[in-house]
Ligand binder design. Structure first.
Ligand code: UT7
Length: 318
């Protein structure tokens, strides 16, 4: 059993923050960010919650798939910036689109879309779900220390969703890896106050060791893509489109030659949105879809890495 993508949708907030805007309050420059990361601007949500963004992209995906909420058998959310630990993002989306099904989130940071597809595929293969809505939404701006130039220049806010349908035709395969790495990327939850023990104050913001993440990213992309091609028997030439996680253009520049998949097949939009964590890949997928850049039968390879540490790659047929 495989899936086909019935529809895609994305939503990014209107508020554009340029590199020059950031340079007004943190010691950085447009030149440094553009050269070292490849970002020119990102979106920051002024009023949309994470769920608001998820709901907006989900509605667009349903419309593009020509289905309604009641048709959906399962909603898998992927986020690390949900408005609450509970309820999860997927449940909030379920209510607003009029669905009545199982809805839960996966937490795999920037690899979230890959993990969500893999989870959806498990339900499809077991015959439990025929139509699945995957929703990725991130309000990274609320997790950042806006005085830390090593992290605040990288991330952006946004959301994207896809509707999948079980299909006998097509093709799907994946590789997924994780290893504990809170020394590399860490986003703490909020501690309460207890009468039973003392809570040590900790850094409330996203922490990232940029160089360690960079090395992990390049290694993961080259390793995962090779492993996936070996597993499926596909060659680099068989792949029509690669959508990598949009974290740093230099990561893509370093990893791409190692995969032997031609550079012109790699889709990059980081310059306009920055790193939207788990929503980066589906935002790019929706952009390609809406711009008519994907043909029926194209083999699309997605590759991502991020907090966890987590990484993975999937290949499927459009
Ligand atoms: O989505 C998954 C998670 N994230 C990633 O994949 C990000 C992976 N890492 C990266 O993209 C890069 O490591 C960064 C963009 C975070 C940093 O770039 P880098 O080339 O690794 O810089 P660095 O940390 O080695 O720092 C080099 C210099 C330092 O100055 P000194 O010590 O050489 O004087 C930094 O303080 O660049 C400085 N620097 C900056 N300068 C201007 C760091 N950030 C900035 C900045 N503007 N925004």
């Amino acid at each position: 059993m495989n899936f086909k993508i019935l529809g895609t949708g994305s939503y990014v907030p209107d508020h554009v923050v340029t590199n020059d805007d950031l340079a007004k309050f943190v010691e950085t420059s447009d030149e440094w960010i553009a050269q070292r990361v490849g970002i020119k601007e990102r979106r920051v949500s002024i009023s949309d919650t994470t769920a608001d963004m998820g709901i907006k992209s989900a509605k667009k995906a349903l419309e593009s798939a020509n289905v309604v909420g009641a048709d959906i058998d399962l909603i898998v959310g992927a986020t690390i910036s949900a408005d609450s630990v509970c309820p999860n993002l997927a449940c909030m989306v379920e209510r607003e689109i009029g669905a009545d099904c199982m809805a839960f989130d996966v937490s795999a940071a920037c690899s979230g879309f890959i993990f969500a597809l893999e989870t959806a595929m498990g339900f499809i293969e077991r015959g439990i779900a025929k139509k699945v809505l995957v929703v990725c939404a991130e309000r990274m701006s609320k997790l950042l220390d806006w005085n830390d130039r090593g992290t605040c220049v990288i991330f952006g806010d946004g959301s994207a969703s896809v509707v999948l349908e079980a299909s006998e035709e097509g093709f799907y395969d994946s590789v997924i890896h994780t290893k504990g790495g809170d020394d590399v990327i860490d986003i703490p939850t909020r501690d309460g106050i207890s009468p039973f023990y003392k809570v040590e104050p900790k850094n409330p913001f996203l922490f990232m060791n940029g160089q360690a993440t960079f090395k992990f990213a390049v290694k993961s992309i080259s390793h995962d893509v090779k492993e996936l091609l070996d597993k499926t028997g596909l060659t680099a030439d068989d792949i029509d489109i690669v959508i990598p996680h949009q974290a740093n253009k230099r990561i893509i520049d370093s990893a791409q030659p190692k995969t032997k998949i031609a550079r012109e097949k790699w889709y990059i939009n980081i310059e306009r949105f920055g790193n939207v964590s788990g929503a980066s890949i589906p935002i790019a997928l929706d952009e390609m879809n809406r711009n008519g850049l994907i043909k029926k039968g194209d083999k699309i390879l997605l590759t991502a890495f991020g907090g966890g540490l987590s990484s993975g790659a999937v290949v499927f047929e459009w």
